[in-house]
Design a protein around this ligand. Structure first.
Ligand code: AMP
Length: 117
């Protein structure tokens, strides 16, 4: 069950600011407030899904494809498309997902460690 009381919902509503990188009909991208590497961005769905699993289970294939297209566009805007980058999506308790709104981390700009995030 989606709970609107989360920080990404508030960013979508422009109730709190973000450092926006990109926006289209399905996705909004902004810089992570607490970067763990040189380039750390978040791409969130505009529609209200709790996590990536919820999104892929309920959204149309077109919306899922458009979201991944947006992720790739953001990586290009951030100029990590050639050097490489990692995408991570935390899903639920065991992943330690903090914000219950579907999002993908883009991590790059330097050599990353072998484990995720
Ligand atoms: P996750 O554990 O995948 O849910 O990660 C949530 C991410 O959101 C963390 O990396 C936080 O640093 C980031 N975050 C939390 N609040 C904000 C905010 N107001 N603006 C940008 N990033 C945020």
């Amino acid at each position: 069950m989606y709970d609107k009381n989360n920080v990404f919902y508030k960013i979508l509503q422009s109730e709190i600011p973000s450092k926006k990188i990109y926006e289209d009909g399905v996705a909004l991208a902004f810089y992570d407030i607490n970067p763990v590497c040189k380039v750390h961005a978040l791409v969130i769905t505009k529609a209200l899904y709790v996590d990536f699993h919820d999104f892929v289970s309920k959204a149309s294939p077109e919306e899922v494809g458009a979201f991944f297209g947006a992720v790739a566009k953001v990586a290009k805007l951030l100029e990590v498309d050639e050097s490489g980058y990692r995408i991570v999506s935390n899903i639920g308790k065991d992943s330690r997902q903090e914000v219950p709104h579907c999002h993908v981390h883009i991590l790059g700009g330097e050599q990353l460690c072998q484990s995720s995030k």
